[in-house]
Design a binder for this molecule. Structure first.
Ligand code: WTA
Length: 632
């Protein structure tokens, strides 16, 4: 894979230019270094109006052969995965590439025995343990499509995702740790499955040793089923555009979308971006603190690093347990050289003070990454000085579930960085900024909505079961362009700085959340008549959730309603969606056509009540004053 590595800033500019002038030639030469069962007929075919994109069409491959088999000769005994458990007094686990290969094959055979075939969907709802990573590759080995659901989602959310993808099998565990206490994951699966008709089999990994209920028809213990499974499993030949996985993400409408990624393009993109952004070396230990339940986990815990033959660390725990020094202890213990986390984690650790990173050596670190939300200057500086000790490169990587991998980012130690700027596009990425009239702004210094005007290999191909919605969401706002939903600024160096979402999506602790989704959840409370949710700046979470709620005139106290509403949201979506602030109101600012003017609610939530702008189009402008008076 040496030929894909950019080694200087000059080379970056050269390679970038090539990727624009002749994309097909550029990507063919990158793709050449992978293992193919059959090479492609065409590198790229595309049409952004119908939204039809094909990369490496006609080729056949299996991504797990590229993650595992191809490394066995040279790196068979090299550690592929280090697992650091939640409990710091427990032993960590090391799996070599050879062991991982064997486990993936055994698990693939276990799935096969349960009747899983190419094209079937498998839901993975698991803690951060190596078996979760193994599960994804086991699916890919036999051509099944994995759909991972973050283990913090509720039974209702899990059921919705299982049903939307019509999953046949669920992989889960008895429990998951959150800090000191175990949560019974299996109970949540049981509750979800009451609403799911298609699930034939549930494999349960024994992890927390918690007592679980058992359904004799569907449930099987993972360790029992896998016992007799062979360590050999031929890799299913997959077409380049066969689906690799579905991952649900929130948009501005109420229902999460199943973003679909396909095999070849995603593979090339995950590996190419990983290698160039992080510039890993053979003996590095690389650690991304995300959960496998998010795209960052898919691309940069699992696929990117393993495709590159790296050692990737999986961490089961949280940054603040047993104390706020946990990350830094793990870095020292495993000599981590590349560390990738989210601004919200940095801000939460900042609040505990610099003595925690000061107590650790952190001498093994060379590169620090940031992802998931805009990083503020203060957090950037703290990361740089107290974690990087002033000598590490910081890569602020902008991308999305839909983009499959990193789109705009410095290349570690090559691109000069500027705090809060994601800097320059990856080769192959053609960003444009669009003004309020939909015009592309050609001048260098500009600020507008961020779009991409040309396909890149890792882009989504559709949203599961609903291509029309996909076209509508991403390609209709600005015809001919992929719209990211983000606002962005480009400065005199042509560096990009992402300002955040411009649609009704908020980013809470790096988690993407549709305001409509949260509203729908709140509205399930029997005494709620209507609600409106907006984001507001939150010192640690980036954005907090502010809910304006109209209730009926039931006699229960505000305090008890508040408590019940939080419970309802937890139950419908999960604890991550609980509003930080709830204001009970008697009306919402609506236009004559009945549309809620969120702009006003956002301003009030931000505490900026002096510049509410024009309220004359409101049906009842007096409602604004009453909301202002009651604001929190
Ligand atoms: C935001 C996570 C600023 C952005 C990989 C995007 C960022 C959304 C950055 C995607 C960054 C992600 N700087 N904002 N470096 N990275 N975002 O799908 O608003 O969970 O649209 O993918 O996160 O979130 P998602």
């Amino acid at each position: 894979m040496e030929n894909m590595r950019i080694k200087s800033l000059e080379e970056y500019h050269q390679r970038y230019a090539e990727s624009i002038e002749d994309p097909e030639r550029f990507w063919a030469s990158i793709a050449d270094s992978f293992l193919w069962k059959k090479k492609w007929d065409r590198v790229l075919q595309w049409d952004f109006n119908r939204f039809d994109v094909k990369w490496f069409d006609g080729a056949q491959l299996n991504i797990t052969e590229n993650c595992l088999d191809r490394h066995l000769a040279e790196r068979g005994d090299k550690t592929a995965i280090i697992w650091e458990p939640n409990n710091p007094n427990m032993q960590s686990r090391h799996l070599s590439y050879r062991q991982l290969h064997a486990e993936v094959c055994r698990t693939a055979n276990m799935l096969k025995q349960a009747g899983v075939k190419k094209g079937d969907r498998v839901c993975v709802y698991m803690p951060m343990v190596p078996e979760a990573a193994i599960a994804l590759m086991a699916c890919a080995r036999i051509g099944a499509i994995h759909s991972v659901v973050f283990a913090g989602f509720s039974a209702q959310s899990l059921a919705d995702r299982i049903n939307d993808a019509r999953c046949k099998v669920v992989l889960t565990a008895d429990g998951v740790y959150r800090g000191a206490k175990p949560i019974i994951l299996k109970d949540i699966v049981d509750e979800a499955l009451l609403k799911c008709q298609d699930v034939e089999r549930v494999f349960v990994l024994r992890h927390t040793e918690s007592a679980v209920r058992w359904n004799e028809t569907t449930d099987r213990w993972w360790h029992e089923e896998i016992r007799e499974c062979s360590e050999l499993c031929p890799a299913e030949p997959m077409d380049a555009e066969d689906m690799l996985f579905i991952l649900y993400t929130s948009g501005s409408t109420g229902k999460p979308k199943g973003v679909v990624h396909t095999t070849a393009g995603y593979m090339v993109w995950a590996a190419y971006t990983f290698q160039n952004v992080f510039q890993p070396e053979e003996n590095d230990v690389y650690w991304c603190t995300a959960d496998l339940g998010w795209i960052t986990g898919h691309s940069y815990i699992l696929y990117g690093p393993l495709l590159s033959g790296c050692t990737t660390l999986m961490f089961e725990g949280i940054p603040t347990w047993p104390d706020a020094g946990r990350f830094w202890n793990v870095v020292d213990r495993h000599k981590v050289s590349i560390f990738y986390t989210a601004p919200t984690a940095i801000r939460s650790l900042m609040a505990f003070g610099e003595e925690y990173p000061a107590k650790a050596s952190l001498a093994s670190l060379r590169t620090l990454g940031s992802v998931g939300e805009p990083i503020n200057e203060e957090a950037w500086q703290w990361y740089h000085h107290h974690v990087g000790k002033g000598r590490c490169a910081i890569v602020d990587t902008w991308w999305q579930t839909e983009t499959g991998g990193i789109m705009i980012s410095p290349l570690a130690h090559l691109t000069p960085t500027k705090p809060t700027f994601a800097t320059l596009p990856m080769p192959g990425v053609q960003p444009v900024l669009v003004d309020a009239n939909g015009q592309v702004m050609e001048e260098t210094i500009a600020e507008g909505n961020l779009c991409i005007r040309f396909p890149w290999p890792g882009m989504l191909r559709t949203t599961y079961g609903d291509h029309e919605r996909c076209k509508q969401t991403y390609f209709s706002t600005y015809p001919g362009l992929y719209f990211t939903g983000d606002g962005c600024r480009r400065d005199h160096d042509a560096y990009y700085r992402i300002n955040g979402r411009v649609d009704d999506v908020i980013n809470v602790s790096g988690h993407r959340m549709g305001t409509a989704e949260v509203e729908n959840a709140i509205n399930e409370h029997p005494h709620v008549i209507e609600s409106a949710v907006v984001g507001y700046p939150h010192p640690i979470k980036g954005q907090g959730i502010y809910a304006y709620i109209i209730c009926d005139n039931s006699t229960s106290s505000e305090e008890s309603k508040r408590k019940e509403i939080l419970e309802v949201v937890s139950k419908v979506i999960g604890p991550i969606a609980k509003p930080d602030k709830i204001q009970f109101v008697d009306g919402l600012p609506k236009t004559r056509s009945g549309k809620i003017m969120r702009r006003i609610l956002r301003k009030i939530a931000e505490g900026d009540t002096d510049s509410l702008g024009d309220t004359s189009t409101l049906l009842d402008p007096s409602v604004v004053d009453r909301i202002k008076d009651g604001s929190i």
